[in-house]
Structures are given as C-alpha cells and as structure tokens.
Design a protein around this ligand. Sequence first.
Ligand code: 6A9
Length: 769
Amino acid sequence: IAIAGWFSYKGYLETRVNTPYDMNKMVIASGLDVPDRYWGTYRPGVYFGLKTRDPHSLVTGLMWYFPHSLRQDGSGLRHWCEQGDELDRYAWMEHDGRTFGVQEIVDHAAILNTTFVKRLGGKHGGDWTARIAVTSNRNQTGEEISLIFYTAIEEGVKGSVIKVNTGDEKRLTGIEGTTQGLGSFTINLVVTRGSVVEQSFLAAVAAGLNVLKETVLQNLRIATQKGSSKKYIVLAGEQIPSSPDGKKKRPNFIASQVTGKIPFEIEVCFESGSFIDRIDKLTGETYDRALQTRRKFFDEKFERVFKLRSKDYTEEEIRFAKMSLSNMMGSIGYFYGSSQVQSEYTKGPVPYWKAPLYTAVPSRSFFPRGFLWDEGFHGLLVSVWDLEIELDIMNHWFDTMNVEGWIPREMILGQEALAKVPEEFVTQMNTNANPPTFYLTLHFILRHKHDELLEKQFLGNLYPRLEAWFNWFNTTQTGDIPSTYRWRGRDGSTNRELNPKTLTSGLDDYPRASHPNVDERHVDLRCWIAFAADVMHQIGQVIGQPSNVVDKYRETYRYLSDNDLLNKLHWSPSTQTFADFGLHTDKVSLRKPTTPPRSQPAETVRVVTQDPTLRYVDTSFGYVSLFPYILQIIDPDSPQLAKVLKDLRNDDLLWTKYGLRSLAKTSPFYMKYNTEHDAPYWRGAIWMNLNYLTVRATYHYSNTDGPYRDEAKEIYQSLRRNLIQNLIQQYKKSGYLWENYGDVHGEGRGSHPFTGWTSLVVLLMAEIY
Ligand code: 6A9
C-alpha cells in the first residue's frame, strides 16, 4: 500500500506541470461565437494571408516571385516573412484588428499593395475580399511578377474539403469547399487591372501547413505558349497522387498563379454559402467604396484615441504612428497546438494540453509567436485601441496557466510556429518565470478605461488566476532572505558564458552576479512583485473582494515598497545606486584554451582571475538599477530619487540622443560578447519597452509633489522627444521599426520589423501612460 501510494504521488507530481489550472476557462466565446473576428490576418508570419479563429482553420495566403530571379533552391519565392528576403519594407499602414487592412510591401522593383475588407452576413463569419495591386517601385513598368494565391486545409480534418472548378480549357475558374466552421463557400480570383501573360493552377496534397512553399516549388514547370518561343514558369495543374487502395486522394492545397506585367491587380473574393441575402458582390467599385468607408472610420477613430492632429504632428508623423499601431493590430495571430514543457518530476519534455492562443507577436519575421512579457507591453497599446480585443488576448493567455499557477514564457504552437524555432529553444521549464507584465496591462486598463460591467465581469473571472499567478511568483521565485527575490533558470555551472544569462528576466545577457547561487537577490524581480501586489490590491477593491484579502495585498505592497527595507537590501552605499546582490567578480574574460580538447575546434571559455565575493553587483549601472524608479517605488522625497534623476542625465551612463541605453558605458560588460558567438544584446542597445516605462515613471514624478519635480519634468520632455525623433528618423531611413537601437548612432538593430513593444512609440507621441 505504501509503495502504491508512493507511485501515485509520483504520478501526481509528474502530471502537475501539464494539468490546466481548472476547467472553467476564461475564453467562453470563440470561433463563430464571435463572428466579426472570425476571419482575420491571424497568420502574422506570412506576408499576407487570412484564416479563421478555429483550431483547424482553412488558411489562405499569398506567395510571389520575379520569374527572372527565382532560384532552384526556392530563394526568390516569397511567403513567410523572412529578413533574408531583404524587402525594402512591409507593414500594415492601416488595420483595425477587425474589419479591414491596408498593407504596403516594397520588394525591390515592385510595390505590392495588399488590402482586404470583411463583410458580415450569414452564419459562418461572412465574406471578405482581398486585393493585391502591384505597381512599380522605380518607374520601370513592364517587369514581370508572378502572384500565387492559395487556399489550404490540414489533411484529415473531419468535414473539410476543397476542390477546384475548372472551365473548358482546364483553367481554374474558382475554388469551392466546405469546412465545419465555414459551411460551404467559394473563392474566386479575377484579374481586375493590367495585362496578364500567364495563368495556371495547382491542386495538390501538401504534407502539412508548414511545407506549402516546398509544395509549390515541387510543382513548378516550364512551359511555352502556342506560337511563341518564350518560356514561362507555371504551376503543374492537378497533381493528386493515388492512395495505396487506388482511390484518388483529395487535394488540401489549391493555388492559383497569375503572371503579369507591372502594373496589374488581382482580386480574391471569398463568399460564404450561408450568406444568402447578399445584395451585391464585394468586388470592383463596391469594394472601393467599402474600403474607403473603413479607412475613413479608421482615421477618425485614430484621431479620437490618440489626438495626434490636435497635438500638431505632421501628416507624415501621423502616418508613421498609424503604421505602428496597425502593425501591432495586424500582427495579432491565432495559434493552436501544445507547448512542450518540463518539470523536475518529468523525465523529459512532455506536451502541454492543446490550446488556442490569440496573441500579438513581437516580430512577424523573426519571432512570429507569443511571448509572455512582450504581450503585457503589447496590451498597453492594444487596450487603448480596442479593449475587447485585449481582454480576449488576456483570456487566452490566462487559460494557458497550469494548476501550479505557472504560465509558460514562450508559446510555440502549431506546425508553422514550430518550424521557426531551433529544437533547443522549444521546451519551457515550469521553474522559470518571465516578468509579470500583464499586471502592467491591468493597471493601465484600470487607469484608462471605464467600462465597469465589462471590467468587473472580466476581472472577477480573472481574479482566481491572478491570485494563483501572484502566489506562483511569490513562492517559487523568492530568495533566501525574507522579502528578496531571485530569477531562476540561470546556469551556475557553465564556463562558456562571460556572465551566465538570465533569460527569465527578459533581459537575457544583462550582467548579474557572475556566480549564480542562492545568495542572489534581483532588484528588478523584487520591484515586479511589489508592483504586482499593488495591482492585486487595486483589482481586489474594484471587484469588491473581502477586506482581509484586499488588505493582505496592500500589506505585501507596503512591505516590498518600504524604501528603508529596499535600500537596506539593494542600495549600494559605495556607488549610491540600486543593484542586485550576489556572489560576484568583474574579473572575468573569454579566452581560447591553450590546449584545445582533442580534434575539436577550441571554443572560448570563461577565465576568472579573482575569487568572487558576496557583494552588490554595482559596477554595472543600467536598466536593472532603474527598476525602483521605473516601477515608481521610490518615494518622491527620498534622496535616492535625486540620485537616480542625476544618473539618468549622465552621458557616461545611460543618456544618449536616441534614448536610454541598457547598460552604462562604464560597465565592464558594456558591449561585450557573452560567448564568442553571442553578440551583446542588453549590454548597451536602446530598448523601447524599458524606455517607455522610464518615460512613464518620469511623467509620474514630474506630476507628483516633491523636491525633484522640476528635474523630472525636464528629463521627461527630452527623453520622450529623443525617442520619438529617432524612431521616426530610422523608419524613414530603413523602412522598419527595429528590435532595439544603437546607442552611438541610433540605428536600428536586431530583428525587423519588430513592431511589438517598439510600437509603444505611439503612446509616447500621444502621452498616454
Ligand atoms: C530564439 C531564434 C529564427 C529576446 O521579443 C521576444 C524576446 C523577448 O521577450 C526578450 O526580452 N526576444 C528578448 O531578450 C526574442 C527572443 C527570441 C528567442 C528565440 C530562436 C529563432 O530563429
């Protein structure tokens, strides 16, 4: 009996990591229950495509290439957003997250304008039309370009079929199909403008939604047209293999190619079978008018929400801001699948339960998937624009909480998402956190939105999960001394990294104690938890929680924000700065080993030339040192505030013409590689998320009574201006918003487009904090 008991206890421990928090899901209306958001551009990782909010949705999308520069290996065929394609720029210029979008894609000689408009009707999410207009970028008309528009379904999904309608000459005239969610439908493609030189189609069986491009490449053929020697690249028509029993398989991938001379335009029209009282088709002039109306509404709402015209921004600056917001809304995806997770009780990675995730993504090209702490920042912008969408996003994220109160940091769901991630990054550990930035979003919503019913209902439902989340942080991420906290997930045994990374903090290679151990205390994490306690207290009050519960959070907040205690634990007397504490030495460097291990190329290793001691990590000043300020925990009249404000303005530390750099020039780690291959990341570059929070805090201190108000006011003005100006300038220069910006020249760096937290620039322009 004892042994059986032990086994089942072990089984219980093993399954905790992938057991959902509970069965009462936050998302109660999804799919067709929300008809107006059923269809959308929910595949942010492709240049253009629509799908529905359905676990096994039909997907549509665009590929294109210039026939003269298509290579055998497939390079030249555009589909997934890839930095390697080296497009001049691409972004949603207008997108409201619901009804329409206008995107501009500039690919060398061609400008592709992709727009879509939806129209509700019937019982299955209604109709939509997409238009792809190709014009010349450099006034060289006549160049040929091939557009491929496709429709695909996963193989073997019950009730899903798509088939081609071919006319007399074996030309594709359209597609018809049925899926469980969509009922019956048709999709028709017509050339609406310009001269077309070739049209062909493909109906095939694709092995998965992750290999659509490969399926196209395998089915391209060379053809000549009657009476001409000119060669064309065409799609191979019907290519349906027979299954072993001799029956023909059904196609799950149908693509239609149009090769035309620039300029030309095609229109793809999706019509829902149950939409029977449609008065006219959403094509031609009707489409023009519908799009115009949507654009006008968008413009009006944009001004109502952000008031940039009344703040005297130029039309060009307003277009930039619209692009930033639109790309955030247009980067919202719908993913479905199961993460891979691991706990100390599982032998290896185990699958999380299958679940949908409706979320924005940081970067359409490089990371087209959900990231926990990024999403809390996205939520600030999204909630100002469309609160309902943001609440839905949060509901989805909080449904990914397990019974322990843990939410995985990175969400890699479905074939398309998995295809973009190297194996070693896939598994998420349940010991590891990421800053709880959804508390920022919630705090922000409480400040700005006054939709009581919606809020009370939403917050009421969310509250148990918020408590579980808070408790997870407050029990698993604590330090050895009361009221201290420590990020888990650092590697204390590696000799490869100059300073072992802290991916969990979100600040990856930002220098911490050189020798991770249990003595560490992290000032940023302490501030996040203090902040979270404050928000828990506020929410508890809003939804009328009993006073003993509300008081508990207020007490926790008071305790963690007590400036004397904070200073005792994190204020370095020698440098007069806030800092982490831990086993640390700065005397580390990367060297090639003198006797390399047999036959292997010598990898650099870390050499420590001075024994580490328990001390403040105060020789590196940077974002982490600012956290008590950033999260507004410093008392307005404290001498610490005076010192932080003084340090903020110091050019040798963080101040630049382009915003605050992440790590001071005086730090021994400033711009240092972490291994011979890992370039500096949070070791100098300027990042928008923490700059936004710093501006927000500065705004707070400049509006709060205290002796340093005027200093704060001055910093507020110039920091805000520097950030806005540089982002606009770099956009003009490079065509993109970037992951971060260089501290010497202000140039965009890292992945691009990165319209995740970088698009918080809109809130800076509008002064919404
Ligand atoms: C690596 C490479 C195609 C790193 O924006 C998302 C995160 C932030 O949350 C974090 O704070 N980024 C920041 O330090 C990007 C993380 C990308 C990791 C994936 C795999 C994929 O190659």
